[in-house]
Design a protein around this ligand. Sequence first.
Ligand code: E4P
Length: 217
Amino acid sequence: MKFFIDTANLAQIKEANELGILDGVTTNPSLMAKEGVRGHDAIVNHYRTICEMVDGDISAEVVSTVFKDIVEEGKKLAAIHPNIVVKVPMIKDGVKAMKWFTDNGIRTNCTLCFSAGQAILAAKAGAAYISPFIGRIDDSGWDGVLLIEEIVKIYKVQGYKTEILAASIRSPNHIIRCAAAGAHVCTSPLESILGLLKHPLTDIGLAKFLEDAKKSV
Ligand code: E4P
């Protein structure tokens, strides 16, 4: 399973990248706003900086909702860097636009997926990635990882090439369950990635080894 970081924060992207296990970055308009990135030029520069930092796919989301505007905006985003993947919402014009992008050699990440039916449509439109939002599904009282399992099963049966990118991750346990379910990619906040490191027995064991090592100096 590939590891993407889900942030527009450059310091966090740098920290995750330095671990050596980072395969890409996802952003969305909320994450860009959180970092204070505003205005066309600042947004383009921010994406360019991320692309220069990380050697992997970088999702940049459109904010248009009408077919021709999505296409125009997506073309401009894709022109920033070859690693840009245009993130398109799962709406009717979004599906049309994803098919257009596929036919014109631009890779897409279909965002705001909350059902298997939406995942089938994204695959039919040739999306490179489908992003089921598992944390938001959990928030609504269901189990988001069950959706990942369902999509994995359907994509296998149908032979769809679209990669399942588990998004809206809230914890290390989400990452572990998505890996077990067969997600191709997991995009997570830095905190959840670093959470995978933690185990109290590791800390206790290391403290003891270091203490004993002093005895043999
Ligand atoms: C990433 O592609 C999604 O936009 C993001 O994971 C959504 O996460 P949230 O539900 O925590 O906002």
